[in-house]
Design a binder for this molecule. Sequence first.
Ligand code: GUN
Length: 283
Amino acid sequence: MAILIDGKALAAKLQGELAEKTARLTEETGVVPGLVVIIVGENPASQVYVRNKERSAIAAGFRSEVVRLPETIQQHELLELIEQYNQDPLWHGILVQLPLPKHIDDEAVLLAIDPAKDVDGFHPLNMGRLWAGNPVMVPSTPAGIMEMFKAYGIELEGKRAVVIGRSNIVGKPMAQLLLAKNATVTLTHSRTHHLAKIAKTADILVVAIGRAKFVTADFVKEGAVVIDVGMNRDEDGKLCGDVDFDAVSPIASHLTPVPGGVGPMTITMLMEQTYEAAVRSVK
Ligand code: GUN
């Protein structure tokens, strides 16, 4: 049976350490890390994520603000608001929750955020830095997965890693971070031919394809480390990942549960990046 990678426990530990580091920073420099989260419209999943981010920021000892904007807001109004936060030294992290309504251009919004405050790591400059091998701000989900590898002593150097899913938020930055640790990386997606056969070559398999229980026993080599980024509902309405947990657990050496795996780490890493941005602001 696979060893469970307990993201919830690891996130709680890191979050405790972060609160201590933050208290020290504030005592020594007077700086309180500040995170502003901007949410447009009423997407229920986004509302939950934003509430959790706010809770986590407050627990870490940060200054936290959530700006809730109506669905009808015009793009130029949103851009003007972002510019105000760019200019205000109280805020070290600015995050615009995605998805945005259709009349707003995501790219224009991500470009408007000061790259030094882009704690999501979605600004093209930060994405480019990651691809060039000089990461500054890294998307939180893959950053959290890298922390899991570290905490569980999972060696990456020279290993064969397969990433399923090529989103800008998870798949692409994940591939880069694995490459930076000298893994041999294959980035696959929903149109990849012979996907199960390729996945089965992996020592490290990261799945972020957004389909409930997509990865079955056929995709997994004996002893592989399997990371499940999915968050779906199964046919009974129960929360489940992109990996068929019961089928894969007897084969994998390590496996992340859903919930309680990757999810809690994502928010903690966002807080870490905000803290780091605040530290850089006083250097
Ligand atoms: N929507 C889903 N995941 C994310 C994320 O990590 N950051 C932002 N800004 N929006 C999201």
